[in-house]
Design a protein around this ligand. Sequence first.
Ligand code: NAD
Length: 503
Amino acid sequence: MTAKLDPSVRDLLLPDARNWLDRPPLSPFIDGAFRAARSEHRLPVVDPGSGVTMTEYVTASSEDVADAVRAARAAFDDGRWSELDPEAREARLRYLAGLLDRDSEAVAQLESLDTGKPLAEARLDIAEAVAVLRYYAGWATKIEGAVIPAPRRLLATGTREALGVCAAITPWNYPLPILMYKLAPALAFGNTFVAKPSEQAPLSTVYFAQLCAEAGIPDGVVNVLPGGGATGATLTSAPGIDKIAFTGSTRTGQAVMRAAADTLTKVTLELGGKSPQLVFADADWDAAIKGVMDGIWTNAGQICVAGSRLIIDRGIHDEFVTELVRRTRQLTIGHGLAPGTHMGPLVSAAQRGRVNRMVAHAVAEGAEAHDGPTPPEGNGFFTAPAVLTNVAPGTQIERDEVFGPVLTVVPFDTEDDAVRLANNSCYGLAAGVWSTANATVHRVARRLRAGIVWANSYGIFHPSLPFGGVKSSGFGRELGFAGVEHYTELKTTVIDLGPGPAN
Ligand code: NAD
Protein backbone atom coordinates (compact mmCIF):
# COMPACT_ATOMS: atom_id res chain seq x y z
CA MET A 1 0.00 0.00 0.00
CA THR A 2 1.33 3.44 -0.89
CA ALA A 3 1.61 5.89 1.94
CA LYS A 4 -0.63 8.89 1.53
CA LEU A 5 1.56 11.22 3.50
CA ASP A 6 1.67 14.82 2.41
CA PRO A 7 4.60 15.20 -0.04
CA SER A 8 6.08 17.95 2.15
CA VAL A 9 6.35 15.42 5.01
CA ARG A 10 7.29 12.48 2.82
CA ASP A 11 10.17 14.41 1.29
CA LEU A 12 11.72 14.79 4.75
CA LEU A 13 12.08 11.02 5.14
CA LEU A 14 15.28 9.08 4.61
CA PRO A 15 15.00 6.28 2.00
CA ASP A 16 14.99 3.58 4.74
CA ALA A 17 11.99 5.19 6.45
CA ARG A 18 10.15 5.81 3.18
CA ASN A 19 10.75 2.23 2.01
CA TRP A 20 9.50 0.89 5.31
CA LEU A 21 6.20 2.67 4.79
CA ASP A 22 5.96 1.57 1.15
CA ARG A 23 6.63 -2.13 1.74
CA PRO A 24 3.74 -4.63 1.84
CA PRO A 25 1.74 -4.57 5.08
CA LEU A 26 3.79 -5.35 8.18
CA SER A 27 3.23 -8.89 9.38
CA PRO A 28 4.26 -11.10 12.30
CA PHE A 29 7.96 -11.94 12.58
CA ILE A 30 8.21 -15.55 13.72
CA ASP A 31 11.17 -17.93 13.80
CA GLY A 32 13.43 -15.54 11.97
CA ALA A 33 11.16 -14.44 9.11
CA PHE A 34 8.20 -12.24 8.31
CA ARG A 35 5.27 -14.53 7.93
CA ALA A 36 2.70 -14.51 5.16
CA ALA A 37 -0.56 -13.25 6.63
CA ARG A 38 -2.73 -15.87 8.30
CA SER A 39 -5.24 -13.32 9.47
CA GLU A 40 -7.24 -11.11 7.15
CA HIS A 41 -7.57 -8.60 9.95
CA ARG A 42 -5.63 -5.45 9.11
CA LEU A 43 -5.16 -2.26 11.09
CA PRO A 44 -4.07 1.16 9.80
CA VAL A 45 -0.91 2.94 10.89
CA VAL A 46 -1.99 6.56 11.20
CA ASP A 47 0.15 9.71 11.28
CA PRO A 48 -1.35 11.64 14.24
CA GLY A 49 0.06 14.88 12.83
CA SER A 50 -2.07 14.71 9.69
CA GLY A 51 -4.65 12.00 10.35
CA VAL A 52 -3.65 10.08 7.19
CA THR A 53 -3.11 6.34 7.01
CA MET A 54 0.57 5.77 6.19
CA THR A 55 0.49 2.00 5.86
CA GLU A 56 -1.28 -0.93 7.46
CA TYR A 57 -0.37 -4.17 9.12
CA VAL A 58 -1.76 -7.65 9.48
CA THR A 59 -2.61 -8.43 13.08
CA ALA A 60 -1.23 -11.65 14.53
CA SER A 61 -3.83 -14.43 14.75
CA SER A 62 -4.09 -16.84 17.68
CA GLU A 63 -2.20 -19.38 15.51
CA ASP A 64 0.58 -16.84 15.02
CA VAL A 65 0.75 -16.32 18.79
CA ALA A 66 1.00 -20.08 19.37
CA ASP A 67 3.66 -20.42 16.66
CA ALA A 68 5.71 -17.54 18.05
CA VAL A 69 5.69 -19.03 21.55
CA ARG A 70 6.52 -22.46 20.11
CA ALA A 71 9.43 -21.00 18.11
CA ALA A 72 10.74 -19.16 21.18
CA ARG A 73 10.40 -22.33 23.28
CA ALA A 74 12.26 -24.46 20.73
CA ALA A 75 15.00 -21.83 20.45
CA PHE A 76 15.40 -21.81 24.22
CA ASP A 77 15.25 -25.56 24.72
CA ASP A 78 17.85 -26.46 22.09
CA GLY A 79 20.28 -23.94 23.56
CA ARG A 80 21.04 -22.12 20.30
CA TRP A 81 21.10 -18.87 22.31
CA SER A 82 21.12 -19.77 26.00
CA GLU A 83 24.08 -22.16 25.60
CA LEU A 84 26.23 -19.70 23.68
CA ASP A 85 29.28 -18.47 25.53
CA PRO A 86 28.38 -15.18 27.25
CA GLU A 87 31.08 -13.46 25.17
CA ALA A 88 29.29 -14.53 21.99
CA ARG A 89 25.93 -13.24 23.27
CA GLU A 90 27.52 -9.96 24.29
CA ALA A 91 29.17 -9.55 20.89
CA ARG A 92 25.95 -10.32 19.02
CA LEU A 93 23.93 -7.86 21.12
CA ARG A 94 26.55 -5.15 20.67
CA TYR A 95 26.44 -5.74 16.93
CA LEU A 96 22.62 -5.45 17.04
CA ALA A 97 22.92 -2.19 18.99
CA GLY A 98 25.33 -0.95 16.31
CA LEU A 99 22.78 -1.70 13.58
CA LEU A 100 20.09 0.22 15.47
CA ASP A 101 22.55 3.08 15.88
CA ARG A 102 23.34 2.95 12.15
CA ASP A 103 19.63 3.28 11.28
CA SER A 104 18.79 5.59 14.18
CA GLU A 105 17.74 8.59 12.10
CA ALA A 106 15.36 6.56 9.91
CA VAL A 107 13.92 4.78 12.97
CA ALA A 108 13.52 8.13 14.77
CA GLN A 109 11.59 9.46 11.76
CA LEU A 110 9.31 6.41 11.82
CA GLU A 111 8.83 6.77 15.58
CA SER A 112 8.00 10.45 15.25
CA LEU A 113 5.48 9.71 12.49
CA ASP A 114 3.90 6.82 14.35
CA THR A 115 3.54 8.52 17.74
CA GLY A 116 3.35 12.18 16.71
CA LYS A 117 6.21 13.22 18.99
CA PRO A 118 8.75 15.81 17.83
CA LEU A 119 11.69 14.31 15.95
CA ALA A 120 14.11 15.65 18.57
CA GLU A 121 12.32 13.57 21.24
CA ALA A 122 12.21 10.50 18.99
CA ARG A 123 15.98 10.78 18.45
CA LEU A 124 16.49 10.66 22.22
CA ASP A 125 14.25 7.57 22.39
CA ILE A 126 16.34 5.67 19.86
CA ALA A 127 19.58 6.75 21.53
CA GLU A 128 18.18 5.46 24.83
CA ALA A 129 17.18 2.14 23.25
CA VAL A 130 20.73 1.71 21.87
CA ALA A 131 22.23 2.60 25.28
CA VAL A 132 20.04 0.08 27.13
CA LEU A 133 20.93 -2.66 24.67
CA ARG A 134 24.65 -1.94 25.10
CA TYR A 135 24.33 -1.75 28.88
CA TYR A 136 22.77 -5.22 29.18
CA ALA A 137 25.07 -6.66 26.51
CA GLY A 138 27.85 -5.84 29.00
CA TRP A 139 26.03 -7.65 31.80
CA ALA A 140 26.06 -10.91 29.81
CA THR A 141 29.72 -11.43 30.77
CA LYS A 142 29.60 -9.83 34.23
CA ILE A 143 26.89 -11.83 35.97
CA GLU A 144 28.12 -13.85 38.94
CA GLY A 145 26.66 -16.42 41.28
CA ALA A 146 27.30 -16.98 44.98
CA VAL A 147 28.67 -19.44 47.45
CA ILE A 148 25.95 -19.78 50.05
CA PRO A 149 26.84 -20.15 53.74
CA ALA A 150 25.68 -23.61 54.82
CA PRO A 151 26.62 -26.30 57.35
CA ARG A 152 30.31 -27.27 56.96
CA ARG A 153 29.79 -30.59 55.24
CA LEU A 154 27.70 -28.98 52.49
CA LEU A 155 28.89 -26.94 49.55
CA ALA A 156 25.98 -24.75 48.43
CA THR A 157 26.19 -22.51 45.37
CA GLY A 158 23.69 -20.20 43.71
CA THR A 159 23.87 -19.68 39.97
CA ARG A 160 21.75 -17.29 37.94
CA GLU A 161 19.90 -19.14 35.19
CA ALA A 162 17.79 -17.82 32.33
CA LEU A 163 14.02 -18.06 32.85
CA GLY A 164 13.09 -19.40 29.40
CA VAL A 165 10.55 -17.67 27.15
CA CYS A 166 9.87 -14.04 28.06
CA ALA A 167 6.99 -12.04 26.58
CA ALA A 168 6.59 -8.27 26.45
CA ILE A 169 3.45 -6.23 25.86
CA THR A 170 4.28 -2.58 25.31
CA PRO A 171 2.45 0.75 24.95
CA TRP A 172 2.63 3.21 22.09
CA ASN A 173 4.26 6.22 23.76
CA TYR A 174 7.89 5.04 24.03
CA PRO A 175 7.87 1.92 21.87
CA LEU A 176 11.57 1.14 21.47
CA PRO A 177 12.99 2.20 24.87
CA ILE A 178 10.26 0.28 26.71
CA LEU A 179 10.79 -2.76 24.49
CA MET A 180 14.51 -2.59 25.22
CA TYR A 181 14.01 -2.39 29.03
CA LYS A 182 12.61 -5.93 28.65
CA LEU A 183 14.30 -7.46 25.63
CA ALA A 184 17.89 -6.40 26.41
CA PRO A 185 18.18 -8.08 29.84
CA ALA A 186 16.14 -11.07 28.64
CA LEU A 187 18.49 -11.74 25.72
CA ALA A 188 21.67 -10.92 27.62
CA PHE A 189 21.07 -13.83 30.01
CA GLY A 190 20.00 -16.35 27.36
CA ASN A 191 16.21 -16.07 27.37
CA THR A 192 14.17 -16.04 24.17
CA PHE A 193 11.53 -13.44 23.46
CA VAL A 194 8.07 -12.69 22.08
CA ALA A 195 7.10 -9.01 21.75
CA LYS A 196 3.68 -7.53 21.13
CA PRO A 197 3.93 -3.82 20.33
CA SER A 198 1.00 -1.45 20.65
CA GLU A 199 -1.49 -1.41 17.81
CA GLN A 200 -1.08 2.37 17.73
CA ALA A 201 2.67 2.43 17.08
CA PRO A 202 4.11 -0.86 15.78
CA LEU A 203 6.52 0.51 13.13
CA SER A 204 9.78 0.67 15.08
CA THR A 205 9.35 -2.69 16.84
CA VAL A 206 8.74 -4.49 13.55
CA TYR A 207 11.72 -2.64 12.05
CA PHE A 208 13.80 -3.86 14.99
CA ALA A 209 12.81 -7.47 14.19
CA GLN A 210 14.41 -7.02 10.78
CA LEU A 211 17.61 -5.78 12.46
CA CYS A 212 17.65 -8.89 14.68
CA ALA A 213 17.69 -11.03 11.54
CA GLU A 214 20.45 -8.89 10.02
CA ALA A 215 22.48 -9.14 13.24
CA GLY A 216 22.38 -12.92 13.11
CA ILE A 217 20.33 -13.37 16.27
CA PRO A 218 19.36 -17.04 15.81
CA ASP A 219 15.90 -17.79 14.43
CA GLY A 220 13.18 -18.04 17.05
CA VAL A 221 15.08 -16.02 19.66
CA VAL A 222 13.15 -12.81 18.91
CA ASN A 223 9.57 -12.93 17.64
CA VAL A 224 7.28 -9.93 17.08
CA LEU A 225 3.49 -10.04 16.94
CA PRO A 226 1.82 -6.84 15.72
CA GLY A 227 -1.74 -6.63 16.95
CA GLY A 228 -4.16 -5.09 19.37
CA GLY A 229 -5.65 -5.99 22.74
CA ALA A 230 -6.98 -9.35 21.52
CA THR A 231 -3.49 -10.43 20.42
CA GLY A 232 -2.14 -9.26 23.78
CA ALA A 233 -4.80 -11.21 25.67
CA THR A 234 -4.06 -14.38 23.65
CA LEU A 235 -0.35 -13.99 24.34
CA THR A 236 -0.91 -13.42 28.06
CA SER A 237 -2.79 -16.66 28.47
CA ALA A 238 -0.65 -18.74 26.08
CA PRO A 239 0.94 -21.76 27.73
CA GLY A 240 4.73 -22.03 27.55
CA ILE A 241 5.66 -18.51 28.63
CA ASP A 242 7.85 -18.12 31.71
CA LYS A 243 7.56 -14.38 32.23
CA ILE A 244 5.39 -11.52 31.01
CA ALA A 245 6.61 -7.95 31.26
CA PHE A 246 3.81 -5.48 30.70
CA THR A 247 3.87 -1.71 30.35
CA GLY A 248 0.60 0.12 29.81
CA SER A 249 -2.49 1.32 31.61
CA THR A 250 -3.44 0.13 35.06
CA ARG A 251 -6.68 -1.39 33.80
CA THR A 252 -4.93 -3.53 31.16
CA GLY A 253 -2.25 -4.44 33.70
CA GLN A 254 -4.96 -5.85 35.95
CA ALA A 255 -6.25 -8.00 33.06
CA VAL A 256 -2.71 -9.24 32.35
CA MET A 257 -2.20 -10.16 35.99
CA ARG A 258 -5.50 -12.03 36.14
CA ALA A 259 -4.60 -14.05 33.05
CA ALA A 260 -1.11 -14.76 34.37
CA ALA A 261 -2.62 -16.16 37.56
CA ASP A 262 -4.15 -19.03 35.58
CA THR A 263 -0.80 -20.14 34.18
CA LEU A 264 1.20 -19.01 37.25
CA THR A 265 3.44 -16.97 34.98
CA LYS A 266 5.78 -14.40 36.53
CA VAL A 267 4.66 -10.83 35.85
CA THR A 268 6.12 -7.37 36.17
CA LEU A 269 3.79 -4.42 35.64
CA GLU A 270 4.77 -0.86 34.75
CA LEU A 271 1.50 1.04 34.83
CA GLY A 272 -0.02 4.51 34.87
CA GLY A 273 0.80 7.52 36.99
CA LYS A 274 -0.33 10.87 38.31
CA SER A 275 3.00 12.19 39.46
CA PRO A 276 3.39 15.28 41.67
CA GLN A 277 5.99 18.02 41.32
CA LEU A 278 6.50 19.82 44.65
CA VAL A 279 7.91 23.33 44.38
CA PHE A 280 9.06 25.01 47.58
CA ALA A 281 9.45 28.78 47.95
CA ASP A 282 13.25 28.56 48.02
CA ALA A 283 13.47 26.64 44.72
CA ASP A 284 15.62 27.85 41.82
CA TRP A 285 12.73 29.31 39.84
CA ASP A 286 14.20 29.12 36.42
CA ALA A 287 15.19 25.46 36.81
CA ALA A 288 11.88 24.60 38.47
CA ILE A 289 9.75 26.19 35.74
CA LYS A 290 11.78 24.44 33.07
CA GLY A 291 11.55 21.15 35.00
CA VAL A 292 7.80 21.47 35.47
CA MET A 293 7.33 22.28 31.78
CA ASP A 294 9.51 19.40 30.56
CA GLY A 295 7.75 17.09 33.02
CA ILE A 296 4.32 17.71 31.56
CA TRP A 297 4.70 19.03 28.00
CA THR A 298 7.18 16.36 26.83
CA ASN A 299 5.41 14.01 24.38
CA ALA A 300 2.34 16.23 24.88
CA GLY A 301 1.91 14.84 28.39
CA GLN A 302 1.55 11.28 27.08
CA ILE A 303 4.21 9.91 29.34
CA CYS A 304 3.81 7.60 32.29
CA VAL A 305 5.93 9.81 34.54
CA ALA A 306 4.20 13.04 33.44
CA GLY A 307 4.52 15.51 36.32
CA SER A 308 0.85 16.31 35.96
CA ARG A 309 0.21 17.68 39.48
CA LEU A 310 2.06 20.85 40.45
CA ILE A 311 1.92 21.26 44.23
CA ILE A 312 3.34 24.65 45.08
CA ASP A 313 3.99 26.90 48.07
CA ARG A 314 1.02 29.27 48.32
CA GLY A 315 3.38 32.23 48.72
CA ILE A 316 4.78 31.85 45.19
CA HIS A 317 1.74 30.28 43.51
CA ASP A 318 0.48 33.29 41.51
CA GLU A 319 3.82 34.56 40.28
CA PHE A 320 5.09 31.08 39.37
CA VAL A 321 1.91 30.19 37.47
CA THR A 322 2.00 33.50 35.56
CA GLU A 323 5.54 32.81 34.38
CA LEU A 324 4.77 29.16 33.62
CA VAL A 325 1.79 30.12 31.48
CA ARG A 326 3.78 32.86 29.72
CA ARG A 327 6.53 30.40 28.74
CA THR A 328 4.01 27.73 27.78
CA ARG A 329 2.37 30.14 25.34
CA GLN A 330 5.70 30.42 23.54
CA LEU A 331 5.74 26.71 22.64
CA THR A 332 5.19 25.76 19.01
CA ILE A 333 2.65 23.02 18.46
CA GLY A 334 3.01 21.23 15.14
CA HIS A 335 3.75 18.11 13.14
CA GLY A 336 6.45 15.99 14.75
CA LEU A 337 8.71 16.20 11.71
CA ALA A 338 8.26 19.95 11.20
CA PRO A 339 11.39 21.86 12.22
CA GLY A 340 10.82 23.95 15.35
CA THR A 341 8.00 21.84 16.80
CA HIS A 342 8.06 21.70 20.61
CA MET A 343 4.86 19.73 21.06
CA GLY A 344 3.19 17.30 18.66
CA PRO A 345 -0.37 16.02 18.47
CA LEU A 346 -2.04 13.46 20.69
CA VAL A 347 -1.80 9.90 19.44
CA SER A 348 -5.39 9.56 18.23
CA ALA A 349 -8.64 11.43 17.74
CA ALA A 350 -10.11 9.32 20.54
CA GLN A 351 -7.37 10.35 22.97
CA ARG A 352 -7.80 14.02 22.05
CA GLY A 353 -11.55 13.73 22.65
CA ARG A 354 -10.93 12.18 26.08
CA VAL A 355 -8.44 14.86 27.11
CA ASN A 356 -10.68 17.71 25.97
CA ARG A 357 -13.67 16.20 27.80
CA MET A 358 -11.65 15.89 31.01
CA VAL A 359 -10.57 19.55 30.81
CA ALA A 360 -14.16 20.68 30.13
CA HIS A 361 -15.35 18.63 33.10
CA ALA A 362 -12.68 20.17 35.33
CA VAL A 363 -13.76 23.66 34.33
CA ALA A 364 -17.38 22.73 35.03
CA GLU A 365 -16.19 21.61 38.50
CA GLY A 366 -14.70 25.05 39.12
CA ALA A 367 -11.13 24.89 37.77
CA GLU A 368 -9.70 27.88 35.93
CA ALA A 369 -8.05 27.03 32.59
CA HIS A 370 -5.04 29.05 31.41
CA ASP A 371 -4.79 28.04 27.78
CA GLY A 372 -1.51 27.64 25.97
CA PRO A 373 -0.64 28.33 22.35
CA THR A 374 -3.20 27.76 19.61
CA PRO A 375 -2.90 24.35 17.93
CA PRO A 376 -2.52 24.24 14.15
CA GLU A 377 -5.53 23.70 11.93
CA GLY A 378 -5.95 20.62 9.76
CA ASN A 379 -6.71 16.98 10.46
CA GLY A 380 -3.96 16.31 13.00
CA PHE A 381 -5.01 15.36 16.54
CA PHE A 382 -3.72 18.54 18.17
CA THR A 383 -4.87 20.07 21.40
CA ALA A 384 -3.69 23.10 23.38
CA PRO A 385 -1.69 22.51 26.56
CA ALA A 386 -3.73 23.60 29.58
CA VAL A 387 -2.69 24.83 33.02
CA LEU A 388 -5.56 24.45 35.51
CA THR A 389 -5.66 26.39 38.77
CA ASN A 390 -8.37 26.45 41.48
CA VAL A 391 -8.40 22.68 41.29
CA ALA A 392 -10.14 21.12 44.24
CA PRO A 393 -8.35 18.06 45.65
CA GLY A 394 -10.25 14.85 44.91
CA THR A 395 -11.88 16.06 41.68
CA GLN A 396 -11.59 13.88 38.59
CA ILE A 397 -8.86 15.98 36.95
CA GLU A 398 -6.74 15.88 40.07
CA ARG A 399 -7.30 12.16 40.63
CA ASP A 400 -7.26 10.39 37.23
CA GLU A 401 -4.44 10.00 34.74
CA VAL A 402 -5.18 12.31 31.78
CA PHE A 403 -2.35 11.22 29.46
CA GLY A 404 -2.35 14.57 27.74
CA PRO A 405 -0.91 18.10 28.12
CA VAL A 406 -2.84 19.09 31.23
CA LEU A 407 -1.24 20.39 34.44
CA THR A 408 -3.23 20.88 37.64
CA VAL A 409 -1.95 23.35 40.23
CA VAL A 410 -2.71 23.04 43.94
CA PRO A 411 -1.16 25.31 46.62
CA PHE A 412 0.23 24.06 49.94
CA ASP A 413 0.84 25.88 53.24
CA THR A 414 3.26 23.59 55.09
CA GLU A 415 5.68 20.79 54.24
CA ASP A 416 3.34 18.25 55.84
CA ASP A 417 0.53 19.60 53.73
CA ALA A 418 2.65 19.24 50.55
CA VAL A 419 3.57 15.63 51.32
CA ARG A 420 -0.04 14.76 52.17
CA LEU A 421 -1.31 16.23 48.88
CA ALA A 422 1.43 14.49 46.90
CA ASN A 423 0.72 11.08 48.42
CA ASN A 424 -3.04 11.45 48.06
CA SER A 425 -3.20 9.38 44.87
CA CYS A 426 -3.78 5.74 44.02
CA TYR A 427 -0.65 6.00 41.84
CA GLY A 428 2.99 6.07 42.90
CA LEU A 429 5.26 6.15 39.88
CA ALA A 430 7.42 9.28 40.12
CA ALA A 431 7.72 12.62 41.91
CA GLY A 432 9.76 15.81 41.68
CA VAL A 433 10.99 17.98 44.56
CA TRP A 434 12.30 21.49 43.99
CA SER A 435 14.12 23.22 46.84
CA THR A 436 17.61 24.62 47.34
CA ALA A 437 17.65 23.29 50.92
CA ASN A 438 19.22 19.83 50.96
CA ALA A 439 17.46 18.96 54.19
CA THR A 440 14.04 19.72 52.68
CA VAL A 441 14.82 17.66 49.59
CA HIS A 442 15.95 14.62 51.60
CA ARG A 443 13.14 14.83 54.17
CA VAL A 444 10.44 15.17 51.55
CA ALA A 445 11.88 12.60 49.13
CA ARG A 446 11.94 10.05 51.96
CA ARG A 447 8.25 10.61 52.70
CA LEU A 448 6.96 10.44 49.12
CA ARG A 449 5.38 7.18 48.04
CA ALA A 450 6.81 6.83 44.56
CA GLY A 451 9.13 4.44 42.73
CA ILE A 452 11.47 7.25 41.74
CA VAL A 453 11.97 10.77 43.11
CA TRP A 454 13.87 13.36 41.10
CA ALA A 455 15.22 16.28 43.12
CA ASN A 456 15.92 19.60 41.39
CA SER A 457 15.55 17.69 38.13
CA TYR A 458 12.84 15.65 36.46
CA GLY A 459 12.56 12.68 34.11
CA ILE A 460 16.19 11.56 34.15
CA PHE A 461 16.49 8.01 32.81
CA HIS A 462 19.67 5.99 32.51
CA PRO A 463 20.21 2.27 31.85
CA SER A 464 21.72 1.86 35.33
CA LEU A 465 18.85 3.54 37.25
CA PRO A 466 16.08 1.14 38.34
CA PHE A 467 12.64 2.34 37.37
CA GLY A 468 9.11 1.28 38.36
CA GLY A 469 6.17 2.14 40.54
CA VAL A 470 4.28 1.42 43.73
CA LYS A 471 0.52 1.21 44.41
CA SER A 472 -1.55 1.29 41.19
CA SER A 473 1.57 2.19 39.19
CA GLY A 474 2.60 -1.47 39.32
CA PHE A 475 5.42 -3.54 40.73
CA GLY A 476 8.78 -4.82 39.69
CA ARG A 477 11.69 -2.66 38.56
CA GLU A 478 13.33 -2.37 35.17
CA LEU A 479 16.84 -1.19 34.25
CA GLY A 480 19.97 -1.48 36.35
CA PHE A 481 20.55 -4.60 38.44
CA ALA A 482 16.75 -5.04 38.66
CA GLY A 483 16.90 -6.26 35.05
CA VAL A 484 19.35 -8.98 36.11
CA GLU A 485 17.07 -10.08 38.92
CA HIS A 486 13.89 -10.12 36.83
CA TYR A 487 15.30 -12.07 33.89
CA THR A 488 17.25 -14.69 35.80
CA GLU A 489 16.38 -17.14 38.50
CA LEU A 490 18.65 -18.32 41.28
CA LYS A 491 19.36 -22.02 41.21
CA THR A 492 20.76 -23.52 44.40
CA THR A 493 23.04 -26.53 44.06
CA VAL A 494 23.96 -28.42 47.23
CA ILE A 495 26.77 -30.94 47.40
CA ASP A 496 27.14 -33.15 50.46
CA LEU A 497 30.89 -33.35 51.01
CA GLY A 498 30.50 -36.09 53.60
CA PRO A 499 31.79 -36.10 57.17
CA GLY A 500 35.47 -35.80 56.08
CA PRO A 501 38.43 -37.52 57.74
CA ALA A 502 37.76 -38.61 61.30
CA ASN A 503 40.48 -36.35 62.74
P1 NAD B 1 -2.89 0.18 27.05
O1 NAD B 1 -3.00 -0.44 28.38
O2 NAD B 1 -4.12 0.57 26.34
O3 NAD B 1 -2.10 -0.78 26.05
C1 NAD B 1 -0.82 -1.28 26.36
C2 NAD B 1 -0.60 -2.58 25.61
O4 NAD B 1 -1.49 -3.57 26.11
C3 NAD B 1 -0.87 -2.47 24.11
O5 NAD B 1 0.11 -3.22 23.42
C4 NAD B 1 -2.24 -3.12 23.97
O6 NAD B 1 -2.48 -3.68 22.69
C5 NAD B 1 -2.15 -4.21 25.02
N1 NAD B 1 -3.44 -4.73 25.51
C6 NAD B 1 -4.66 -4.13 25.49
N2 NAD B 1 -5.58 -4.94 26.08
C7 NAD B 1 -4.92 -6.06 26.47
C8 NAD B 1 -5.31 -7.25 27.16
N3 NAD B 1 -6.57 -7.47 27.56
N4 NAD B 1 -4.36 -8.18 27.42
C9 NAD B 1 -3.07 -8.00 27.05
N5 NAD B 1 -2.65 -6.89 26.39
C10 NAD B 1 -3.56 -5.93 26.11
O7 NAD B 1 -1.91 1.46 27.21
P2 NAD B 1 -1.48 2.54 26.12
O8 NAD B 1 -2.62 3.44 25.82
O9 NAD B 1 -0.77 1.89 24.98
O10 NAD B 1 -0.37 3.34 26.95
C11 NAD B 1 -0.71 4.32 27.86
C12 NAD B 1 -0.66 3.81 29.29
O11 NAD B 1 0.60 3.18 29.53
C13 NAD B 1 -0.76 4.93 30.30
O12 NAD B 1 -1.58 4.53 31.37
C14 NAD B 1 0.67 5.11 30.76
O13 NAD B 1 0.80 5.69 32.04
C15 NAD B 1 1.16 3.70 30.72
N6 NAD B 1 2.63 3.67 30.63
C16 NAD B 1 3.33 3.28 31.73
C17 NAD B 1 4.72 3.27 31.69
C18 NAD B 1 5.53 2.85 32.89
O14 NAD B 1 6.72 2.55 32.72
N7 NAD B 1 4.98 2.79 34.08
C19 NAD B 1 5.39 3.66 30.52
C20 NAD B 1 4.62 4.06 29.43
C21 NAD B 1 3.24 4.04 29.50
